[in-house]
Design a protein around this ligand. Structure first.
Ligand SMILES: *[C@@H]1O[C@H](CO)[C@@H](O)[C@H](O)[C@H]1NC(C)=O
Ligand SMILES: *[C@@H]1O[C@H](CO)[C@@H](O)[C@H](O)[C@H]1NC(C)=O
Ligand SMILES: *[C@@H]1O[C@H](CO)[C@@H](O)[C@H](O)[C@H]1NC(C)=O
Ligand SMILES: *[C@@H]1O[C@H](CO)[C@@H](O)[C@H](O)[C@H]1NC(C)=O
Length: 440
């Protein structure tokens, strides 16, 4: 999902948050292709997307407590939040979630710092904003990981934005390490675009230097609808396509909503024998019922759309009340699914021997980024027209490499996807015709 509203006056001041961290909360780290709690148990995500409006949802402790309690009833152990205000106080909400064993995956970017595939750049304004969010949340033990971007690339000819996203990962990791923060996983949440698969995933993971690579990759996947199956949904192809990737992968959004009711039978594949040996769980889109009709709970009946306390007519706070039967369908699935995975002590040695996957090669009419390309430095922009000179504009300074060559210019892709809330639903494998994209 892409949020298109603008947030007012974010990032006005650097924030210093003295978090009250609960010593009983184990932290999460990425080891090889798995996540582990610091107590050695493998971490599988049972998550819900939590963004009640376009504003930071982690500032109202009373609301967070109500939601955390209901999420514990649902069986969730993770939330995903897309937009926060790093200057706000998050202590109450983060401990409300920690108290019920719920971890946070957090998007570092927001409306005015996100990547634009038509005009890719990575600069100090973005990095400083990302650093402010990391500063504000790093001290919470239940911060599971951060995304530098969500669905930044949605077209084949947008793939030359990928090096900029990877530079952001590199620079956020360097900042994390320079500040001596714990090894908070830094990764990317991708749109499920068949033509970018598996190149984008492999590109973000590849390379000889782990400091440049993503700590994890994740996908927003709406392929499994109704009572589909592991093979019929396309999930089996996602697993095949991730063979050999040395970092954790998970589903950062899922939950096809047509046909209704939502059955969430995909959870049995994700957290069962089909996928749990390879991937790390999933985040269901989304907590609140609103106009897009993906909600698991509502805060009361829909009202007039001009009601100022109920954006678009949907109440945005209060006591959560389950959307039936979707909520209980998901709860029933999760109640039966608790993969034990691998113990960290049994895995760490072999994880050290994992080799990074090879960088994808650029192809005519396909993936644009050359495997030998070095990452842009902070401050560089992409001149899409200047392919013969390498395509990167001047202005590089600071961290990272500067010399950059680039593959061929963008070729026409498939579909234009611009702004607004959208969902890609790939039914290619269901239909058996390959590559059919459908608007949901
Ligand atoms: C480690 O912590 C997680 C999260 O609190 C918990 O589910 C798991 O049972 C713990 N494992 C051990 C071995 O204590
Ligand atoms: C980064 O790029 C944005 C968009 O072009 C611009 O507004 C901002 O001033 C740039 N920051 C720096 C430090 O150049
Ligand atoms: C990825 O999966 C597709 C089918 O979805 C398959 O055609 C392709 O060969 C796979 N690629 C890799 C690298 O596994
Ligand atoms: C990228 O592809 C889309 C169609 O998918 C096309 O509309 C757009 O013009 C292309 N952009 C460039 C820069 O070639």
């Amino acid at each position: 999902m892409i949020f298109s509203l603008l947030l007012p006056s974010l990032f006005l001041a650097a924030s210093t948050v003295f978090a009250q961290s609960s010593s009983s909360t184990p932290t999460i780290s990425a080891v090889g292709s798995k996540f582990f709690f610091s107590n050695g148990t493998q971490y599988y995500i049972k998550g819900v997307a939590y963004q009640l409006t376009d504003q930071d949802p982690l500032t109202d402790s009373t609301q967070c407590k109500l939601d955390a309690r209901q999420m514990a009833d649902l069986g969730a152990n993770t939330i995903r939040v897309y937009h926060v205000d790093p200057t706000a106080d998050h202590d109450g909400c983060m401990s409300a979630f920690a108290d019920v064993g719920i971890y946070l995956f957090l998007d570092l970017d927001t409306f005015d710092t996100q990547f634009d595939q038509d005009n890719p750049y990575w600069n100090q304004t973005q990095l400083s904003a990302f650093e402010a969010v990391l500063d504000a949340f790093q001290n919470y033990d239940n911060l599971a990981g951060v995304f530098v971007a969500n669905e930044a690339m949605t077209r084949l000819n947008g793939s030359d934005a990928a090096p900029f996203v990877k530079s952001a990962i590199r620079d956020v990791k360097a900042y994390r390490d320079m500040k001596k923060y714990r090894d908070i996983p830094v990764g990317y949440s991708g749109a499920d675009i068949p033509e970018l698969r598996p190149m984008l995933q492999n590109f973000l993971a590849c390379g000889d230097d782990p400091a440049d690579a993503a700590d994890f990759f994740s996908l927003n996947v709406y392929e499994w609808c109704g009572s589909s199956t592991f093979d019929g949904s396309g999930y089996s192809h996602l697993i095949t396509n991730s063979t050999g990737v040395q970092i954790p992968i998970f589903i950062s959004e899922t939950g096809c909503r047509i046909p209704k009711p939502r059955l969430f039978t995909d959870q049995a594949a994700i957290l069962g024998d089909d996928m749990a040996p390879y991937w790390s769980g999933a985040i269901v889109y989304e907590w609140i019922e609103e106009a897009n009709d993906y909600g698991l709970i509502s805060y009361g009946s829909k009202t007039n759309s001009d009601n100022p306390t109920a954006l678009d007519g949907y109440p945005r706070s209060g006591t959560p009340s389950p959307v039936s039967p979707d909520y209980s369908n998901l709860k029933k699935q999760w109640a039966t699914l608790s993969p034990s995975g691998t113990a960290m002590s049994d895995y760490t040695a072999s994880a050290k021997n994992l080799k990074a996957i090879a960088c994808p090669t650029s192809t005519s009419g396909g993936w644009i980024v050359d495997a030998a390309q070095t990452l842009p430095s902070l401050g560089q922009t992409l001149d899409k027209a200047a392919t013969s000179t390498g395509g990167l504009g001047a202005g590089g300074k600071g961290a990272g490499a500067s010399a950059t060559k680039k593959g061929e210019a963008g070729k026409p892709g498939y579909h234009v996807v611009e702004g607004g809330m959208f969902v890609w639903l790939w039914t290619a494998f269901v239909a058996g015709v390959g590559g059919l994209l459908i608007w949901l």
